[in-house]
Ligand binder design. Sequence first.
Ligand code: NAD
Length: 480
Amino acid sequence: MMGLLIDGELREAADGKTYDNINPATEQTIGQAPDASRSDVEAAVGAARRAFEDLEWSRDPTFRAHCLRQLLEGLRAEQEHLRRILIDEAGVPVALTHSIWLDTIIDSVSYWADLSESYPYETQLTAHATLAGVSSRRMILREPIGVVAAITPWNYPLPLNIFKVAAALAAGCSVVLKPAPDTPWSGTALGRIIAERTDVPDGIVNVVTSADPLIGEALVRDRRVDMITFTGSTEVGRRIMASAADNVTRVCLELGGKSANIVLDDADLPALAAGIAGVCAHAGQGCALPTRLLLPRSRYDEGLAVAQAAFESVSCGDPNDPDVIVGPVINTRQRDRILTMIERGKQEARILVGGAPASMPFGYYVEPTLFCDVEPDAVIAQEEIFGPVLAVIPYDDDDHAVEIANNSIYGLSGAVHSADIDRAMAVARRLRTGTVGINGGVWLAADTPFGGYKQSGLGRELGTDGFAEFLETKSIALPA
Ligand code: NAD
């Protein structure tokens, strides 16, 4: 069994409890994870607090960069082991692990190592009169915020664990990472690699896994925590924000999405097939996937034919098969939720492809499902389904497309396709979302801020904006 990491020690839960880690493709138990209780969380936060207060860590960016480079090498050395974990506990298709589910994520750690060293932690302002009328010399210090609680979901487990832990370490914070109950090993493996392969001091990184999602609540409410970085559903994000209010703890929230893929009437429709099918990647369990396809009425039938062919050709099955991009969804609860949404969709719209559990002998599979003639206000056009389901919505003109795209409580991402880049840019500027890809452009990169408008989140992850979330600002004034 892989252990918790608390104060530099890899160990069992204090009361020795464990729970089963289930492979969603086989429904078999692949092993055990520690089932941490409240006392383990308290020990982890205590260790993180002490380490932050007592060590030079927060003041030594060069050492932090050294540790992050060791982490990069450690992750590379264990890349195949990590790939196995992602396939077995999260059902991530192996093909996806060769890109943004693992390989390129590991490489991104070098960004944090470099940023730790190069970030301007101190800036001097030129001496001039202050508002009080006297002249003062002022400097601005950016200091690590302190103890960070990092809470992550199961759909993109290892990347998010790495993004959050690496950014917090680069900034000089200490961390308690709480992975999702369904993907514990993506957290414990990271903790073990840090403990065994890096000089990160004891207590700076702690990992607690638990079958009980509410263990996160204990972490969020702990007064010794200075910041919560959370990725997960909007519903839980709201609860975390409310809990954090008691101690006025900083929150950085990456939440749900219902992103629109706007195809303008001059777009090369056949070229869009792969992108449309991409909505089903990892069984559609991606926050930023464009799950609403907006087609111009003038080319609606042509667009539908492309989408239908794309959905019919998507390969669904064993995540170990290199041709598969649609594996299982994470558990029975999620499968049932998706199937309920599909039944709802059948009352609201016309189904072109799929609409049932996939016919596999075992595993939590759902068929790639395509709905057309969807009204912008339909439930399947408004609620995050988090399965391989696409809603196609017709629109009249560019203004109408923007109006439909923005008709959402979410604002995470979006896509625009057009033969005319200026026209696509004009539409992109009007979208109320944190990221937009034009004609297949990819925004996911370590140096590019990612996050949501509206109820898709608060704050940003990645890039210098994401790094700054982990910093406090101190202004110092001296006589001129
Ligand atoms: P979730 O909100 O159910 O759980 C996320 C994490 O929060 C888990 O670790 C869970 O144990 C913990 N948690 C649950 N209740 C808690 C509480 N009251 N206090 C503290 N922690 C608590 O999300 P999920 O089902 O694991 O993941 C899917 C969701 O995540 C989707 O909505 C998806 O859009 C979102 N997501 C967002 C992004 C993004 O960057 N915006 C990325 C990936 C996933």
